[in-house]
Ligand binder design. Sequence first.
Ligand SMILES: Nc1ncnc2c1ncn2[C@@H]1O[C@H](COP(=O)(O)OP(=O)(O)OP(=O)(O)O)[C@@H](O)[C@H]1O
Length: 247
Amino acid sequence: MLEIDEVEHRYGARCALAGVSFALARGGFHALLGPNGAGKSTLIGLMTGLLRGQAGEIRIDGHSLNRDPRRVRRQLGVVFQQPTLDLDLSVRQNLLYHASLHGLGRRLARQRCDRELARQGLEARAGERVRQLNGGHRRRLEIARALLHEPALLVLDEASVGLDAASRQALNEHVRALCRERGMTVLWTTHLLDEIAPDDNVVMLCAGSVVASGRADALCRRTESRTLQDAFRRLTTLQDIPAEERC
Ligand SMILES: Nc1ncnc2c1ncn2[C@@H]1O[C@H](COP(=O)(O)OP(=O)(O)OP(=O)(O)O)[C@@H](O)[C@H]1O
C-alpha cells in the first residue's frame, strides 16, 4: 500500500531524512515510531505534498507521488499533528468545507458527512461549534474529515498528543476498530510506546534513518529486550549523529 524508497530530505544544512526506505502491506494498523526530531513529521509532510520531495520516491497503491501527485493524494487521508479545524464553524460546516476542497458535489458531500459522523459517534453534535467539543471528539472529527474522500491509506501524525490517558486509549482503540471493520490501512506515528500492541507492524525511525522494522514482539526478541520501551531505547541511543552529518 505504501512504499517509501530512499527518501532524503534536508532543511538547509540539517538532514531530517537520510535515505529512508520501508514498505507497508495493505490493510491493518502500522506504527511509525521515533523520538522527537526523528523525522516522522517530515516524512508525512513529503507524503502529503506540504514539503517538496528532494530525493527518493514515495508510492501509494503503486502510484508514484513524483509522477502522479493528484492521484496519490486522493488515496491519502491525513490527521496532522497540529489540529486544523475551524473552531468557530460547526462540526458539519468543517466537514462540508473539506468535502468541497476535494471536489465532492453537495449531495454526495452531505451523504458522506452524515455517514462519517455516524461512524465516529458524532451525529448528535453535527450542529455544534467545534469549540464545544472536547479534545478526543475533535480528533474523531479530524478522522471523519480525513475519510470523507474514501482514501485507501489513513495517516495520523501523533494524533493522541495532548489528550488525557483515557482519551488517548479510546482514540487508539477507535482507529484499530476502523482497520478491522473497514479493512483500512492505517499509519499511526507516535513516540508513545504504550500505544503499540505486540503484534503491530512497526517502523522505527531515529535521527532520520530507519533503525528497525517488523512486528513489535519480534523487535523485542531480536534486541533481547523485555519491553518495546527497552528495545526502543537500545535502538535509538545508537544513533547519536549530528544532523549536519547524516545525509
Ligand atoms: N522547518 C524546519 N526547519 C529546519 N529544521 C527542521 C524543520 N522542521 C523540522 N526540522 C528538523 O528536522 C528534524 C526532523 O524533524 P521532524 O519534525 O520531522 O521530526 P519528528 O520525528 O516529527 O519530531 P516530533 O516528534 O518532535 O514532532 C529535526 O532535527 C528538526 O529539528
